[in-house]
Design a protein around this ligand. Structure first.
Ligand code: FEO
Ligand code: CA
Ligand code: CA
Ligand code: CA
Length: 570
């Protein structure tokens, strides 16, 4: 990947200067403007229950959730044009889909003090409020008189921790998903990154699902298994306290044995059918899923790139068994049959995708069947000899086929390797690879695109890369989540993948992270999110007030347009 030093003119906006990079409200390039959309607690549809704090469980189930994260815009009235078509990439700005669409958005997490106004729930009602604040919102949005807003919609819906879901693929129907209580599968949680599929559905990723389980030790003493430990389950979880009132999340309640196997999956949602039951696609493995980036590979097979965000965890990809359209025509999901691989990065800049299959000799004798393997994907990947990475977060595919993945940081690394060259790695880096056979092959070449630490003390300063989006022109949008250096809040940067030039488009709010990224087909509207602005504390930030006069800070979507109407990032 030879770099062309000449400025290609891809990025011409005036960046937000470091001096303007901190405060209780966002900072934006003087060439751009922003607006606020769907803050936590707003009604999903006009006329729904208005925000009041703290919300009650019934209202919260009809309101936008908290912890805005991965999202995807699905244009309406642009049915001849999907994000995977070249027509979409060139942009048809005059088409109504640039002003009207379904927005599918993840609600990763909301701390009890922010959602409930107390550190721990004191009733099942309060647990339900917390559960309803999590999950996914499907909102119909339209630009009316210059402002995007939600509409009444037959397709709008909330999916949360108590919404019926179903399982598909190799683990469906397996005893490892059955509980002695016989309760039906419900819900999705800690929905972090996400991605659209070529057939117009939304993949939401369950990340830190372990933290919502705990053990009361009332019925029996809970002793973690090796698998519990590998997935980070603990007696106290992350302190949500759900297990105290909802036995489903009590690891020490024998009636709900295996409930924890029902989380940690990629879930497929149809944003255009509110009656569809969300489907957990088990062939994509069970781990702390961060991102599901689909691309059409050789012979029309679909490839999904995925990170597992934990220190020393792995990068995965799934390759469907057949051309995705043929599979759909047969009534089969392309995500139910195929091969799951995990990445090994060799020191010489080459790499291998290791298959997680029963006939892989490194896995021989360890699993009875594919279902058992997939429920314990992390353990299978350990056995296969994958390369432990510095917290893989988002992946994105550039138009030349290069795949980028953020490695957000790793304070615990003591031994560097070529793919993770800093020990410790306080500020993260971005790795890039190119797969053989148009994404479907088992070999790749790789290099390091950027090390965040090298930018400190410059106008380009940033740390902890997380969200990523490669646009069709060769820009790479980078979002950050972590302690920024040089007095900056978290931020959205735009990089030129050829020259390496970086420019800061947006800075977030004190205490927040910037995450989630999606565009209209013409790329003249960009949606990003501020998650946990002010860490939920009104003395740190009141954003997005005075948007609506409410002083508690609320996670929300930030709608970015260029003042001259240009393509975002230009
Ligand atoms: Fe939810 Fe790994 O960020
Ligand atoms: Ca987060
Ligand atoms: Ca993330
Ligand atoms: Ca993160």
């Amino acid at each position: 990947w030879h770099r062309n030093p000449r400025n290609r003119g891809l990025i011409n906006f005036t960046p937000v200067a470091i001096a303007d990079g901190s405060g209780p409200t966002p900072g934006i390039s003087p060439d751009y403007q922003y607006d606020v959309l769907i803050p936590w607690g707003d009604p999903l549809e006009p006329g729904g229950p208005a925000f009041s704090w703290p919300p009650n469980a019934a209202d919260q189930a009809q309101q936008i959730g908290i912890g805005h994260d991965g999202m995807a815009f699905f244009p309406i009235d642009q049915s001849d044009c999907s994000p995977f078509d070249s027509k979409f990439r060139r942009g048809h700005w005059f088409r109504p889909g640039n002003y009207h669409g379904m927005l599918a958005i993840n609600h990763e997490f909301g701390g009890n003090s922010h959602v409930l106004g107390k550190s721990s729930p004191e009733s099942l009602e309060e647990v339900r409020t917390s559960q309803h604040a999590h999950g996914v919102s499907i909102v119909e949005i339209k630009k009316i008189h210059g402002q995007w807003r939600p509409l009444a919609s037959k397709n709008a819906r909330r999916i949360h921790v108590n919404t019926p879901v179903t399982f598909s693929g190799p683990v469906a129907g397996h005893p490892l998903l059955q509980t002695p209580a016989g309760n039906i599968p419900l819900g999705t949680v800690n929905n972090c990154s996400s991605g659209p599929t070529p057939w117009g559905t939304y993949l939401t990723c369950e990340e830190n699902f372990n933290g919502y389980f705990g053990a009361t030790n009332r019925e029996q003493t809970w002793l973690p298994t090796e698998a519990h430990q590998r997935y980070g389950f603990s007696e106290g979880g992350f302190g949500y306290g759900w297990e105290k009132f909802d036995a489903r999340f009590d690891l020490s309640n024998p009636d709900y044995k295996n409930e924890e196997h029902r989380f940690g999956w990629v879930v497929e949602i149809d944003p255009f059918d509110a009656t569809q039951t969300p489907v957990k696609r088990t062939a994509l493995g069970r781990f702390k899923h961060e991102g599901a980036t689909s691309v059409i590979g050789k012979d029309g097979r679909v490839v999904v790139y995925m990170g597992d965000d934990e220190r020393f965890d792995y990068i995965y990809k799934f390759v469907s068994a057949d051309h995705y359209r043929d599979m759909l025509d047969r009534g089969q999901s392309p995500l139910d049959e195929g091969t799951l691989y995990v990445a090994r990065f060799h020191e010489d800049g080459s790499g291998t995708w290791l298959p997680l299959t029963l006939d892989n000799p490194d896995l021989a004798g360890h699993f009875h069947d594919m279902a058992e393997l997939l429920v314990h994907t992390r353990i299978a990947a350990d056995l296969a000899g994958a390369t432990p990475m510095d917290r893989p977060e988002w992946t994105t595919v550039a138009p030349n086929g290069d795949v980028y993945c953020t490695l957000t940081n790793n304070s615990r690394r003591t031994e560097a390797d070529a793919a993770n060259p800093l020990a410790p790695n306080p500020d993260g880096h971005i790795i890039r690879w190119h797969d053989s056979e148009e994404h479907t092959g088992t070999h790749f070449s790789w290099d390091i695109f950027l090390i965040a630490e090298t930018t400190h003390g410059t106008e380009d300063s940033f740390s902890d890369p997380d969200g990523l989006y490669a646009d069709p022109d060769g820009r790479l949008f980078i979002e950050t989540d972590g302690g920024q250096k040089d007095g900056l809040n978290n931020q959205l940067l735009v990089a030129d993948t050829e020259t390496g030039k970086l420019s800061r488009l947006l800075t977030g709010v004190t205490g927040d992270e910037i995450t989630g990224i999606t565009v209209t087909p013409d790329r003249r509207t960009l949606f990003v999110n501020t998650q946990h602005p002010g860490n939920g504390d009104p003395t740190q930030s009141n954003f997005p007030a005075p948007y609506d006069g409410i002083t508690i800070p609320r996670d929300c979507t930030i709608v970015i347009t260029k003042k001259d109407g240009g393509i975002i990032g230009s």
